[in-house]
Design a protein around this ligand. Structure first.
Ligand SMILES: Cc1cc2nc3c(=O)[nH]c(=O)nc-3n(C[C@H](O)[C@H](O)[C@H](O)COP(=O)(O)O)c2cc1C
Length: 342
């Protein structure tokens, strides 16, 4: 009830202000007022025991300021970031827009974040009581030829705190970032990251799985190449997908023509197509986390049918709140029972 009232109020104020207020509320010691019971629907993936397969996608808590509150909402895992080596302001405001009629959001935040040092200090102060992914990126001022250095720098800083690390090369809001998905760039980046992962494993005795988050906008042949390169490089998994720059077929409403990445319902089918394509290339055992357009339990089920092992939500969480985490888990529990009975 309290959550419903807060959400109704938050939806009346400008989107980024509402977001910042939510982070403050979740970071406050009183955030237990919205806490839910841990949902038990265990699944093992990437060598990690997830309490349930429904995660919070990257971008909501970019600085790991609110992990304590977020970890009490019922998520099976939380992905913080994208974090970059140095703090950066991101794009000028306004840069976050609700498209309510389309059950969607357009954002062009541009990796606004307080830098990896801040994120690490937040997590060292209070390690959240949940499975934690840390999503890393490159600074805007770092040219693509030097991007590897940024990813390696961040990976070394966060690997000891993360259950897994996500390599974000798919945000549409950092100029030319998606070029890092291209053949040679990708192979070079992933080779360097694997070497760093291996040497950290040897020195610290902790293996931190790496997953790569990909875009939904390339054609199928390119997606196949990306998936092949990721698998061949020994990377541990793939997250499909980030937001889309494709804005056809939107219902007419205010803000539909804003520049940025589109998330929410209009992304669902494209994102599922990418999962299907990737699954065919990587085979049945390779970990895939599906994200993009989940607004209902049925949407989540469609991702599982497309080939995802786990799912993440962002826009659906904004519009539906914690009830969506429960609904998806209930649906998946029933599905698992039915599968076991056949
Ligand atoms: C406001 C906003 C900020 C985001 N920031 C990031 C980010 O920093 N890093 C990232 O990998 N994805 C980011 N995303 C993408 C989401 O993690 C997710 O991939 C995308 O929104 C699709 O899921 P959804 O339809 O459930 O929202 C962001 C999305 C939104 C709406």
């Amino acid at each position: 009830m309290l959550e419903l009232i807060s959400r109704k109020i938050l939806q009346k104020i400008p989107a980024e202000m509402a977001h910042d207020l939510s982070i403050k509320m979740l970071a406050s010691p009183a955030s237990f007022v919205v806490s839910s019971k841990q949902i038990i629907n265990p699944i093992k993936l990437l060598g990690i025991n997830f309490p349930n397969p429904v995660g919070l996608a990257a971008g909501f808590d970019k600085n790991a300021d609110a992990t304590k509150g977020l970890s009490s909402l019922g998520f099976g895992f939380i992905e913080v970031g994208t974090v970059t080596p140095k703090p950066q302001a991101g794009n000028p405001k306004p840069r976050l827009f609700r498209l309510k009629e389309n059950q969607a959001i357009i954002n062009r935040m541009g990796f606004n974040n307080k830098g990896v040092k801040h994120l690490v200090s937040q997590l060292e102060k209070a390690k959240p009581n949940c499975i934690l992914g840390i999503n890393i990126g490159k600074n805007k001022i770092t040219p693509n030829e030097k991007a590897v250095d940024d990813y390696i720098y961040c990976f070394k800083k966060v690997a000891h705190l993360a259950d897994y690390v996500t390599i974000n090369i798919s945000s549409p809001n950092t100029v030319d970032l998606r070029q890092l998905q291209e053949d040679e760039n990708l192979v070079h980046l992933l080779k360097s990251l694997k070497e760093t992962q291996k040497s950290l494993h040897e020195t610290t005795n902790k293996y931190t799985p790496i997953v790569v988050k990909i875009a939904p906008d390339q054609d199928n042949e390119t997606t196949k190449k990306i998936a092949k390169n990721i698998k061949n490089s020994g990377i541990d998994g793939i997250i499909c997908t980030n937001t889309t720059i494709e804005k056809n077929n939107l219902k007419k409403e205010c803000h539909q023509d804003e520049t940025g990445g589109l998330s929410g319902k209009p992304l669902l089918s494209r994102s599922n197509e990418i999962i299907k394509t990737v699954r065919k290339v990587v085979g049945s055992k390779f970990p895939i986390i599906g994200v993009g357009g989940i607004l209902t339990d049925e949407d989540a089920m469609s991702k599982i049918h497309a080939g995802a092992d786990l799912v993440q939500i962002y826009t659906g969480f904004i519009y539906q709140g914690t009830q969506l985490i429960k609904d998806i888990n209930n649906k998946l529990i029933v599905h698992k029972k039915e599968e076991n009975n056949t």
